[in-house]
Design a protein around this ligand. Sequence first.
Ligand SMILES: Cc1ncc(COP(=O)(O)O)c(C=O)c1O
Length: 396
Amino acid sequence: MNLEEIMEIDKKHFMPVYSGRYPLVIERGEGVKIYGKDGKVYYDFLSGIGVNALGYGHKKFVNAVKDQIDKIIHCSNLYYTEAQAELEKKLAENSCFDKMFFTNSGSEANEGAIKLVRKYYKEKAVDKFEIITADRSFHGRTLTTVTATGQDKYKRPFTPLPAGFKSVPFNDLQALKNAITEKTAAVMLEPIQGEGGIYPADREYLAGLRNLCNEKGILLVFDEVQCGIGRTGSLFAYQEYGVEPDIITLAKALGGGIPIGVFMAKKEVADAFSPGDHGTTFGGNPLACRAASTILDIILEDGFLESVRKKGELFKGKLQELVSKHEDLLEVRGLGLMLALELSENLSAKELSMELFKKGFLVNAVQEHTLRFLPPLVIEEEDIDKLIGAIEESIE
Ligand SMILES: Cc1ncc(COP(=O)(O)O)c(C=O)c1O
């Protein structure tokens, strides 16, 4: 099938929720490059929206996944598997959390975290259920996570929405303080807002928030679905800030492309769940766990995270140089290899991303005037240089 035929079938049979897909039929990937069916090659600066942390065809990862497929893919949570136990051990040993539950996506991880928050207070017979989130946040597409999301456009079509959520301006501790009531059970935030346009939390904000939550007996939940698993140069973004949440959610890069998410909590919180409170058919199957376990092994190898940090600084510096030279480039935001370039009103991010697409680069227009970069963590300096050259050429 050629591009036109595939587009025709998609138009006829796929629900019309994705507008403006790029005219590319992806056939395979290698390293940080994507190969189209027409033979064209693209440098990938989006990695399947922050999923393909090791790029494509990473030998150790692919071999582990193949080996697991040969052994067993799925068996349900009625039985134990070594792959799941190993992943539990690695995640617990490398974080501040004791217990976890595996899901298939970020939305599901957040749903689970929200249920745990509610159960935690129910167990204590305390009538707290409200969750405060941040404006411009994104927490998923299920009805509850869309309600938690602090962007109206995602939820407006789906009213009435579940009760118990409100959002306040991000990085504004006073606004958060003002929003707390006797019903407030938790604050749920992305330490670096992703879909909103890559906005990192201020250090004082997260530290102040931790103190505030301690003082008021409120749980702190970090949604690290996008910013976790090495993206910032630390395994978890909370480690960059030195602020520990009570619950964390992860997905995307955790499975390196095999769908898996997780929510993890400190023991005291996690123990609010009793048998029957939560469950899943697919979540935590041996294939997904083996994939995630291998991803962790590789990311935690000596020097890996350090290299993410260095390449992130280098990339950010080069983008900042562009900003200093062009008046239509306003600002660079982000941490590690999670970066955004803010454009002036004169430049459309979609049009610029399309220009870059034509030049062989995949980048994302995350907001109307914001380009987002989430390259595979194995991106090299020379790949970054090529993109910088292409951006400069495109805006000129
Ligand atoms: C911070 C954050 N939370 C949750 C989600 C939802 O994850 P998923 O699309 O896997 O359900 C996303 C997806 O972009 C995200 O960026």
